[in-house]
Design a protein around this ligand. Structure first.
Ligand code: FAD
Length: 289
């Protein structure tokens, strides 16, 4: 089996305790020499400054590329572009450009009257700056709002054609789901890399709820396996095994890059990476900014 290249998603901390957790995550995962860390942007654009500060600090302390997520929600075009330029000034060379979700409790996405209408609109404007490597979201089981999987893939093609360099998928629980999607993207003429988003399950009950919200299907066998594992106090053992097996199948099928949703809990991600042959490099986190 060849060794995949990896990248890691983290979220910006909202408390001292969470700041320490992010720091521990960076310390644990930076030595695996990821392609980049990515830092999420709270639903409704609620973490703009925190995302900036976390991305800046991670970039400075790890010396690794950092991708800041950026959404169109709740901001004018000028404000969104000003945020992007602030990221660039902080040394952030990569963005994950998204339409975004509204804050919890709102009904679906409504564009700001002076804002970007959708993700394609945002990507076009960001690509025109020539400042960033641009990544976008992709949905192997179709986005919940998409009319069909074909429409979802056509929309992904529009995002790539607008200037995106790579797509990162929503998480899924079976390798076949991604492999089918990869084939469908290739048939639709999408030539940019499509990187699978991997969720190592640190808590099955939460992962299940999260899956229901995102439209990720949960295979019956996996649900039953976790039920038994939780009963017998072997949740983490199962989580490690299923995630490693799925990643290993992807790599055997020619997948070169894996993007891990770490939820700022690095242990399981690190164990899976080690099992896949991704081991310690010289790089490490230097200091806190
Ligand atoms: P899009 O791909 O633009 O749209 C989603 C779907 O809606 C498309 O598949 C398409 O079928 C349909 N659609 C939308 N507009 C049109 C149109 N005009 N015409 C036709 N079809 C259309 N959310 C956050 O708030 N913060 C984050 O940091 C964040 N990070 C993410 C990272 C990744 C890798 C992924 C996959 C998702 C992330 N999300 C994040 C969630 C994301 O914001 C939601 O899934 C959101 O609902 C869609 O954003 P998008 O840019 O992927 O949307």
């Amino acid at each position: 089996m060849s060794t995949p290249a990896v990248s890691f998603e983290v979220f910006p901390p909202r408390s001292i305790d969470a700041s320490f957790r992010l720091w521990e995550t960076a310390q644990a995962l930076a030595p695996l020499a990821p392609r980049f860390f990515s830092v999420t942007y709270g639903a409704g654009g609620t973490t703009r400054d925190l995302t900036h500060d976390a991305a800046y600090t991670l970039r400075k302390s790890s010396g690794l590329p950092v991708a800041a997520h950026l959404t169109c929600v709740g901001a004018t075009r000028d404000e969104t572009m000003a945020t992007a330029r602030r990221f660039a000034k902080a040394g952030v060379t990569d963005l994950v450009a998204l339409r975004g979700d509204p804050p919890e409790g709102s009904d679906g996405f409504t564009a700001h009257p002076d804002g970007f209408a959708n993700s394609v609109d945002l990507i076009e404007a960001l690509a025109a700056t020539n400042l960033f490597t641009l990544r976008v979201g992709a949905y192997p089981e179709k986005h919940p709002e998409a009319a069909s999987q074909a429409a979802s893939i056509d929309w992904l093609k529009a995002k790539i054609d607008a200037g995106a360099d790579e797509a990162i998928t929503q998480f899924f629980f079976e390798a076949e789901t991604f492999l089918r999607f990869r084939d469908d993207c290739a048939k639709a003429g999408i030539n940019a890399p499509v990187t699978p988003g991997i969720l190592p399950v640190t808590n099955w009950v939460s992962a299940r709820k999260f899956a229901a919200r995102c439209g990720t299907s949960v295979p019956l066998w996996l649900d039953q396996a976790f039920e038994t594992a939780i009963r017998d106090d072997r949740h983490d053992l199962l989580a490690r095994a299923v995630c490693t097996e799925m990643c290993s199948t992807l790599v055997d099928e020619g997948v070169e890059n894996l993007h891990f949703y770490t939820l700022n809990r690095p242990e399981l991600t690190r164990e899976v990476c080690h099992a896949l042959g991704v081991t310690q490099a010289e790089t490490g986190v230097r200091d806190v900014a």
